[in-house]
Design a binder for this molecule. Structure first.
Ligand code: V1S
Ligand code: CA
Ligand code: ZN
Length: 371
């Protein structure tokens, strides 16, 4: 049973600063996407319906709440890719040495921490930062286009007020950095749905991986096969989330909305449309808890932008016209110039039998959460 705790419409905060967008536009393989997203939201008039949350760079103390001093000191120096320590700290193929890396990570972290602070102060019920969601960054190194784990830093901020925080990861990749950060904790429950297959990045997230030590049973992994379609994804998500909510009873939620599960994503192999994402976020919204929604992957930039826009509209309870309004980035949305994304032709390899066994295993694991 869903309990709605907001009185009337939730107050939604949108994290924005021009510097955040400018820096987020530099993320490898996602250049310019942040501008695309911001301008599509604006063109639909959605930014008039949210509270703007400004943000700044986080200070060193905040950063050291998760990342190691060695890693941070390394990023503050002149990163030389020829240097041995570059590899040690994860800089290289997926995470090239961007200029002024430390300023970059400080503002990327600042966006999600600003969203979390607004939830802690109660100035908003829901916060959104599509420039966040960099879930692979580890305590002591960059990984998979992620140099700083803003998801972890935002959760740490939420923990100052909320006793139990649930992290949900909708990106097609396993949310390994966040899971590792809280693997030993009972205060943060991590749930990731992802493609899991040999050779697929990052290679972790088996259904048997449920957390460590005191935190055993407080991590949940839902490995899926190629071609996952909206119906499969929503069914699995809703079923698992319901059980997590009842057993873990979170006081706040962080949801990474990586859009690389969309059909035809250059790095993904699922077959989702924006509808799957909007329905998952609507399910979360139905629980009425303070929630922070972040971005993440999504390498067909126009489609990711369509998806994030559909998510925010759904959170606001707004219905959008499928005709993309004319604006500075309009050309990116051709040839359809429509908001809706059609599903692809991939076969859903998640057979009903596979899903039945998967849910049996996952729900079995969740029964072991101590209440
Ligand atoms: N899949 C994939 C992929 N593609 C790339 C890539 C593409 C173009 C480039 F110019 C540079 C890199 N890297 C990868 C993956 C990392 C995916 C990160 C996803 C991030 C997220 O969406 O979850 C959140 C923002 N990296 C790898 O597969 C690693 C290698 C294993 C690939 C082969 N090389 C030679 C070594 C590293
Ligand atoms: Ca995921
Ligand atoms: Zn991803």
């Amino acid at each position: 049973k869903q309990i709605v705790q907001f009185d009337g419409k939730p107050k939604i905060g949108y994290v924005y600063s021009s510097y955040l967008i400018q820096q987020c536009n530099r993320v490898p393989n996602l250049t310019q996407r942040a501008s695309l997203v911001h301008h599509l939201l604006e063109s639909y008039g959605l930014l008039e319906k949210v509270l703007s949350l400004t943000c700044d760079k986080v200070n060193d103390d905040v950063m050291r709440g998760f990342h190691s001093s060695d890693y941070l000191d390394f990023l503050k120096g002149d990163v030389d890719i020829e240097d041995e320590s570059s590899e040690e700290f994860g800089l290289g193929y997926d995470c090239p040495p961007l200029e002024n890396l430390y300023d970059f990570i400080a503002v990327i972290a600042g966006g999600s921490v600003a969203g979390a602070k607004a939830l802690v102060s109660g100035s908003v019920d829901v916060a959104v930062n599509f420039c966040g969601g960099w879930h692979h960054a580890q305590r002591d190194g960059a990984s998979g286009f992620c140099y700083v784990n803003d998801c972890v830093l935002a959760i740490l901020e939420l923990e100052t007020k909320f006793k139990r925080v649930l992290y949900i990861d909708l990106d097609i990749h396993h949310g390994d950095g966040v899971e590792n950060a809280f693997a030993y904790s009972r205060k943060v429950f991590t749930l990731s749905l992802h493609k899991y297959e040999e050779g697929y990045f990052p290679g972790t997230g088996a259904v048997q991986d449920v957390g460590l030590g005191q935190g055993r049973n407080y991590s949940c992994n839902v490995p899926l096969r190629d071609g996952a379609c909206d119906e499969t994804f929503i069914h699995v998500f809703q079923t698992v989330l319901q059980e997590v909510m009842v057993r873990f009873r979170p006081e706040a939620i962080v949801c990474q909305c990586g859009a690389d599960g969309l059909a035809n994503d250059p790095l993904g192999t699922f077959n989702l449309t924006s509808d799957a994402y909007a329905r998952c976020t609507a399910v979360i919204q139905g629980y009425g808890l303070p929630s922070l929604y972040l971005g993440g992957g999504g390498y067909h930039k126009a489609n990711a932008s369509r998806c994030f826009t559909t998510i925010l509209a759904s959170l606001l309870g707004e219905k959008l016209s499928t005709d993309i309004p004319e604006h500075d980035y309009f050309d990116w949305y051709g040839p359809s110039f429509e908001l809706d994304i059609s599903k692809g032709l991939r076969r859903d390899e998640n057979s009903p039998e596979y899903i039945r066994i998967l849910l049996q295993q996952v729900l079995g694991n969740l029964k072991l959460i101590s209440s």
